[in-house]
Design a protein around this ligand. Structure first.
Ligand SMILES: [Zn+2]
Length: 278
């Protein structure tokens, strides 16, 4: 009887759900089959990167350098790298749309419930900041798992954290020491952060991906701005070791908001104690 119930009611949805998920998003199937695609090949001398055959030799040289620099930045930010995402570079928009759902932005990250993840870079994605940003999403995903990230991590934190390694939108001085960034990226001219005079949105209104990305482009820009401001504020208090410490606390079972606030409180108390010393 129990076996019948399992076969009739439990097994079909268990099989149908992942299949439905993949059918709904053909881009995911393409990502999963990237190593068999005739239109792509693996990038030499750099592990885990596939490039479209349309990629020029110059684009390849630049991409190799950007991937190395971005991975190095992630290792410094997270005190190591656990993410193993496959990078897929599409220098043309039409290819990008085949691999990234929506085909918007310079890059996108696709994490699957069973742990595989893909970072797709579009025509504007051959850039250290774009790659570091997507790798940061992947690192959070690798450390906490798909379910925990979906259930526990507010979108403002996920995006805000990625913006801390994306120097188009934040200053490296929030967590890096100047000597470690001077020679970082010879191929990319550092730009000043784009956002000025932020108009903040309440964090509780930026909890879900729909909250964050659901409005028009102006809302999304303000959402990024708010996320970057908040995480930069927190990070300047807890400093770089606070990033892996937060992930470890959540992994140990602490709810996100508790772990986030506790780290901040501990650092405030330490600062007070130090400043009250004669
Ligand atoms: Zn992002």
């Amino acid at each position: 009887m129990r076996g019948n119930v399992f076969l009739r009611y439990v097994l079909p949805p268990l099989i149908a759900l992942p299949i439905g998920f993949l059918l709904l998003y053909p881009q995911l199937i393409r990502c999963m089959r990237i190593s068999q695609s005739a239109a792509f090949r693996s990038l030499s001398h750099t592990q885990g990167v596939y490039v479209s055959r349309k990629t020029t030799p110059k684009q390849e040289i630049v991409l190799r350098q950007h991937v190395l620099t971005a991975r190095d930045r992630i290792r410094r930010f997270w005190s190591g790298q656990k993410g193993k995402a496959i990078l897929i570079y599409c220098p043309s928009q039409s290819d990008y749309e085949q691999y990234c759902i929506g085909g918007e932005g310079a890059g996108c990250s696709l994490g699957l419930p069973w742990g595989d993840s893909y970072l797709v870079l579009g025509p504007d994605g051959n850039n250290t900041d774009v790659i570091a940003h997507e790798l940061c999403h992947d690192e959070l995903f690798a450390r906490l798992g798909w379910w925990r990230v979906k259930r526990q991590i507010p979108q403002w934190f996920n995006e805000g954290l990625a913006l801390m390694v994306d120097y188009r939108f934040s200053s490296p001085s929030v967590w890096e020491h100047p000597d470690s960034i001077q020679t970082e990226d010879p191929l990319f001219e550092r730009q000043a952060p784009v956002y000025r005079n932020p108009v903040m949105i309440k964090l509780k209104d930026l909890e879900t991906t729909r909250d964050f990305f659901g409005g028009g482009s102006e809302h999304v820009m303000r959402a990024y701005q708010t996320a970057a401001e908040e995480v930069a504020r927190w990070l300047s208090l807890v400093e770089q070791p606070g990033v892996p410490a937060l992930a470890n606390a959540i992994l140990a079972g602490k709810p996100f908001s508790k772990a986030y606030q506790e780290l901040e409180r501990t650092h405030r108390n330490n600062q007070k104690r130090q400043s009250s010393k004669p």
